[in-house]
Design a protein around this ligand. Structure first.
Ligand SMILES: [Zn+2]
Length: 340
């Protein structure tokens, strides 16, 4: 593939469990990766990761979120099964039959499967028809647990984070199938930018920061910790694909409007001009049910120009898919936008 660093770092990122609120392992990984390329990242009190890539003039913040969808143990059932609550917004159809991990307070991890409470067609006459809503779903742990007490003796308790297995796959045809491409794909692209500045000796036209937020899926990711001198914030998050949208799994999507309203027209225009000038495959789109970290920054009161771009991701918040073309188009757009 054209840019093997991108897919390699993306695979490493999706394998690190990081539902919102459980992100210290992935931020440590990012700090180490940035240090490896000779940068000096720091973390905010909240835990977001920030780094300056250098450059002078009109500070630009490129932001991606490291947190993902996930779940949390809600209660322990007398049957030894686990009731859970969702972290982020997803359908029960999209996680039914999926393997997961329960992370206890002592650092132990137990594997399990998310399934309906009528999982077998040989036993339950409502196996097909039972409504797939939270109260009809549970986690079956891969341990000999037959009671609430058995779960307790393992250290499983309400508040434990649950991560969903990514099932990462890179196909010979260049498709990347995995959960959590939202927004580990954006994180991978930003780390790739940090690498390319070093390896390709690119000069920045302006001051550029990378900002990795940790609570985007629950709405307040980039609401604090943005560098004080920021003049422009661009969120690099998944591009929505489907229905009448123009975005595909092969392009970098430039968002003109989402649920929060229009993006800054000056930023959208500048991104489109950059894509055209450098023959980057892009689309401009309107996402009907979507909010971004840029929106969180604005609602928090930051006085900045703002934009949103990202690789097209099919089946978002389910078993997602993109293509290496979308990743490299996003990387190229950012490189040219930042370095002129
Ligand atoms: Zn996202």
């Amino acid at each position: 593939m054209k840019n093997s660093y991108l897919t390699k770092i993306l695979e490493e990122l999706v394998q690190i469990p990081s539902p919102s609120g459980f992100t210290s392992d992935v931020t440590s990984f990012i700090v180490a990766e940035l240090q490896h390329w000779g940068y000096k990242p720091w973390q905010s009190r909240k835990g977001s990761c920030v780094v300056s890539l250098g450059g002078d003039g009109s500070p630009l913040v490129l932001n991606a979120h490291v947190d993902t969808l996930g779940a949390m143990v809600k209660s322990l059932k007398v049957t030894g099964r686990v009731e859970f609550t969702c972290i982020g917004r997803f359908t029960m159809f999209s996680v039914e039959g999926e393997n997961c991990r329960v992370h206890t307070q002592t650092g132990e991890t137990f594997t399990g499967t998310i399934q309906s409470t009528s999982p077998s067609v040989h036993v339950f006459d409502d196996a097909a028809t039972k409504e797939r809503r939270l109260k009809n779903m549970e986690i079956r742990l891969d341990e000999v647990v037959k009671s609430k007490e058995d779960l307790q003796s393992l250290g499983v308790e309400p508040g434990n984070f649950v991560s969903i297995d990514p099932r990462f796959m890179l196909t010979p045809s260049g498709f990347v199938k995995s959960r959590h491409l939202d927004d580990k794909a954006g994180v991978a692209v930003l780390l790739d930018l940090a690498r390319r500045l070093r390896e390709e000796n690119l000069a920045l036209e302006r001051k550029v920061y990378l900002f990795f937020s940790i609570y985007e899926e629950v709405g307040h990711g980039a609401s604090s910790g943005i560098p004080e001198d920021a003049e422009e914030v661009i969120s690099v998050d998944m591009g929505a694909v489907g229905d009448t949208l123009e975005t595909s799994e092969y392009v970098v999507s430039i968002c003109a409007k989402d649920s929060g309203g229009p993006y800054d027209a000056r930023v959208v225009r500048a991104l489109v001009d950059t894509a055209k000038k450098h023959s980057i495959d892009y689309s401009v789109d309107i996402y009907p049910f979507y909010g971004s970290d840029a929106g969180a920054s604005l609602r928090a009161g930051y006085d900045v120009r703002f934009g949103l771009i990202g690789p097209g991701v099919e089946a978002s918040h389910a078993y997602e898919r993109t293509h290496v073309y979308a990743l490299s188009n996003t990387s190229d757009l950012l490189v040219h936008y930042a370095s002129g």
